[in-house]
Ligand binder design. Structure first.
Ligand code: ZN
Length: 401
């Protein structure tokens, strides 16, 4: 492991163990303590090394990489010099300590370590996607999202109606991420959640899935966005965020400080736990009135019904489907609820019968809908453009980098 000089007076670290200093001394180095020019630093002790990461943008702070790194290192405590890193303050249970609270001769501060700068070129676990042209010229998705509650009875054939419907399509696309989540999730993960960031013009900017620990879907989505937009500290103005579940307390914190002031956040299914109440302060459940017609009514669709207890076919690209008439009945939210039974949450698809089939049916139905839609008026023009965009995106989003 390459070692680095953090600017500690008079000492250049070469990685030799005899140059080991206490963690306290290392954390007093000017690079870490400087209130202005200092980098955001976070690290953890691994054996005789203090493995640390640097960042110059708090929207993608060092502590995130340190937390990801420590997962391989017996849940070591992570130390950081920036208490204002919003990414940690909402997670009091995580073992994160501030460097300036270390005592020189006590506890962790007295531990002798050498510095080992870790380099991470990109965030792991980003949903693969290609840059697709924004489908809605002139935008309007944000206005539709923001005004939906008071503007439900829209005239057929109107552009506004098309935009309102488009919101449901994006939510269906978000649900389709749950399938990736279940395929890519860390061992032991129980909740499968997806999140999507969409521009006012309908362009899918970033996607995220829950990969465990603090990397909830919304966090993954935000990190994915900041990874591709390294100078950004907030998501774009007029963007719309979709999450399959009410944001939890932690994600509500992250979203609150990284969303633009006028961002609209929609969730698909309510988390009835106490965390869900927190999330509802910044987000709204997508209205029933925007529900898109799902599936075709008569034709038999390709694929087979997978029996409830069969092994997953995830990752193969094979979509398990029921008949079209069954799919037609699937109103995605309600379908999920009936799959789960009363009181359980939709994201626990690992425990639920039929749930994956319903989710996959939802995303397949989107594509079928896309193929059937013809642009005959302003409403169908929007719908067709959005469905084409989502269909193309779905084709590229089945993997995680
Ligand atoms: Zn969360």
């Amino acid at each position: 492991m390459a070692c680095s000089n953090l600017g500690h007076t008079g000492v250049t670290y070469t990685g030799k163990e005899d140059l080991r200093e206490t963690l306290y001394e290392l954390c007093q180095s000017p690079t870490i303590t400087s209130p202005t020019g200092g980098d955001n630093v976070a690290g953890y002790i691994d054996g005789t090394e203090f493995k640390f990461y640097k960042s110059d943008n708090l929207a993608r702070p060092a502590v995130v990489n340190a937390l990801l790194g420590k997962a391989k290192s017996n849940y070591a405590t992570v130390y950081t010099n920036r208490a204002d890193a919003l990414w940690i303050k909402h997670y009091p249970k995580m073992k994160v300590k501030l460097m300036d609270q270390l005592k020189p001769t006590e506890g962790d501060g007295a531990v002798g370590v050498t510095l080992a700068l870790q380099t991470v070129k990109k965030w792991p676990r980003q949903i693969a996607a290609i840059a697709l042209k924004a489908p809605i010229p002139g935008g309007g998705l944000h206005a539709a999202a923001a005004g939906l509650s008071k503007d439900l009875d829209l005239p057929p054939g109107s552009r506004k109606k098309g935009l309102a419907r488009a919101l449901r399509y994006y939510m269906l696309a978000t649900y389709s991420l749950v399938d990736i989540s279940s395929a890519e999730a860390y061992e032991g993960l129980k909740n499968y959640v997806g999140a999507l960031l969409v521009s006012d013009q309908g362009q899918i900017l970033a996607a995220g899935i829950n990969t465990g620990s603090f990397r909830h879907a919304e966090v993954s989505m935000l990190l994915s966005y900041f990874r591709n937009n390294p100078t950004a500290t907030k998501v774009p103005e007029n963007s719309v965020i979709f999450s399959t579940l009410t944001p939890c307390k932690g994600c509500t914190g992250f979203l609150s400080v990284t969303k633009s002031s006028n961002c609209v956040i929609y969730f698909g299914q309510e988390d009835t736990g106490k965390d869900g109440k927190v999330g509802k302060k910044i987000s709204t459940q997508l209205s029933e009135k925007t529900k898109a017609p799902v599936g075709r009514s008569k034709e038999k669709l390709p694929g087979e019904i997978v029996p409830d207890d069969t092994e997953d076919t995830e990752g193969t690209g094979v979509v398990a489907m029921g008949t079209a008439s069954e799919i037609h009945k699937v109103q995605v939210d309600k379908g999920l609820t009936s799959c789960m039974g009363t009181g359980s949450i939709a994201t626990q698809i690992g425990k639920a019968k039929h749930a994956k089939e319903v989710l996959r049916s939802g995303s397949e139905a989107l594509i079928h809908k896309m193929l059937r839609t013809r642009a005959t008026d302003a409403e169908s023009e929007v719908k067709h453009a959005v469905l084409t965009h989502i269909g193309q995106w779905l084709g590229t989003s089945r993997s995680v980098e």
